[in-house]
Design a binder for this molecule. Structure first.
Ligand code: ARG
Length: 482
């Protein structure tokens, strides 16, 4: 019978009297997905080794050997020359085994005062911190694209809907800025999750801490795990340090909400692109044709983004369920955190990149101008806003200003709408005597409030759709995003 020690393939071998079956090996191994953590793994190991040397736990020579070996390993992984072995289970054991092969005993000393439990928790945090920073930057790009298009469309009017029924006219710029608000809150959420992600588990060891005189704060500083004041951020309870994955769940929740916002926007793009609306076009490179219907141009990208929202929300469910019922401290269940987390990051980053370009276009290097963003059909939007009595509330407000209680004004306008509908015309097309038939207080100036533009201009409260308000919001966003 093969003893695992002889094959030197596993880290704990002497106790075991039979090798793992191939199926179990595949079932328990994570290297084919967690190798993605290699940079974080090496960074964590180097910070740990540097601290071990500073504390006199390993020699300066050991540290130099470890640094030399790790530099080689990093080079090999980057060039593709590194041989990942399923037998070595995960990224941590693969790198450590190779290190020992390269530098001998120093490699075997690296794991002093450390366990894979605090090692993996550190790696995931370091990796996710970097990805979170990228996502925050991508969210800023998307917001900038939206603000640019909003700025070009402050005066463009489309019907605002409630219940998907025409409600009141709104500025298309205002409509887009609603999404800027959502994405700015998403960015805030990611920044907040980052604070709790950026804390150091290393030094928790397997679960209870370690007997070596480690300087955990030094390691935290080396890895940039510090707060805004530069104070090192270290997990304060070893049991929690190795087993907490809240940060990953919070991240997935922030990602889910962000995808939900993307999905809502996608749904609107899809509606707006349909022939029945005809409000916008997106560039051909974000659409596909049909294999049977020659006339089709389908909004595949927004549809897929809407669909991928389900996938990301699913990952949140997977991660949160994974944690449910786990006793302290580390359990192998936690190895299952990686694939959902990786896929969440990949899906969100790709989606944000595509949406920034789909909305705002791409810089043409010849002109320095952005091209190929969404095309707005202002006329179709305005035509649609003229249907559905979008200015009925304005007529009610007009009557209130003439002294009617709002409820009575509401009732009066309902009669006017009914009459206009039966004549197949808009309120603004009813002649003055007809309007006066509904209330004597109505005068010639009523037509100002019945126009789309009058209605828009009148909603000048903070956060309202009046162009002056929309411009003020654009200026605020521009300063914030600069
Ligand atoms: N691959 C493992 C994970 O991702 C590393 C930690 C393994 N620890 C252990 N005690 N088996 O969680």
């Amino acid at each position: 019978m093969t003893n695992q020690l002889d094959t030197k393939s596993q880290a704990w071998s002497a106790l075991f009297s039979e090798p793992m079956s191939e199926l179990v090996k595949r079932y328990t191994a994570s290297v084919f997905f967690d190798k993605r953590l290699w940079q974080a793994d090496i960074a964590g190991s180097l910070a740990h080794a540097e601290m071990l040397a500073a504390q006199g736990i390993i020699s300066a020579q050991d540290l130099a050997d470890i640094q030399r070996g790790m530099a080689q390993i990093a080079q090999d992984i980057e060039s593709g020359a590194f041989e990942w072995k399923l037998d070595l289970e995960d990224v941590h054991l693969n790198i450590e085994a190779r290190l020992t092969q390269l530098v001998g005993d120093a490699g075997k000393r690296l794991h002093t005062g450390r366990s894979r439990n605090d090692q993996v928790a550190t790696d995931v945090r370091l990796w996710l911190r970097g990805e979170t920073d990228l996502i925050i930057a991508l969210l800023a790009d998307l917001q900038k694209s939206l603000v640019e298009v909003a700025e070009q469309n402050v005066e463009v009017i489309l019907p605002g809907f409630t219940h998907l029924q025409v409600a009141q006219p709104v500025s298309f710029g205002h409509h887009l800025l609603a999404y800027v608000e959502m994405f700015s809150r998403d960015a805030e959420r990611f920044a907040d999750v980052r604070r709790r992600t950026n804390r150091l588990p290393l030094g928790s060891a397997a679960l209870a801490g370690t007997t070596y005189p480690l300087d955990r704060e030094r390691v935290a500083r080396t890895l940039g795990m510090v707060d805004a004041q530069g104070q090192p951020q270290v997990c304060q309870n070893s049991l929690d340090g190795v087993s907490d994955r809240d940060f990953a769940i919070e991240f997935a929740a922030a990602a889910s909400l962000c995808m939900v916002h993307i999905s809502r926007f996608s749904e609107e793009l899809i509606l707006w692109m349909s022939q029945n609306f005809g409000f916008v076009k997106i560039a051909d490179r974000f659409t596909t044709g049909s294999s049977i219907m020659p006339q089709k141009k389908n909004p595949d990208v927004p549809e897929l983004a809407r669909g991928k929202t389900g996938r990301v929300v699913g990952h949140l469910m997977g991660l949160i369920t994974l944690m449910k019922g786990q006793p302290l401290a580390y359990n192998k269940d936690n190895q299952e955190d990686k694939e959902p987390l990786f896929d969440t990051v990949d899906t969100l980053k790709d989606t944000l990149r595509i949406f920034s370009e789909m909305v705002g276009g791409q810089v043409n290097p010849a002109t320095g101008q952005k091209e190929g963003g969404i095309t707005v059909n202002a006329q179709a939007m305005e035509e649609a806003a003229k249907k559905g009595y979008a200015t009925a509330t304005d007529l009610a407000d007009y009557l209130v200003k003439k002294g009617l209680p709002f409820r009575d004004a509401h009732e009066t306008v309902a009669h006017a709408v009914k009459a206009a509908a039966s004549q197949g015309c808009d309120l603004s097309q009813l002649p003055l005597p007809a309007l006066q038939g509904f209330h004597a207080a109505i005068e010639g100036d009523v037509y100002d409030v019945l126009s789309l533009r009058g209605s828009l201009n009148a909603r000048a409260t903070l956060g309202g759709t009046a162009p002056e308000q929309v411009r003020a919001q654009i200026a605020r966003h521009r300063t914030r995003l600069a």
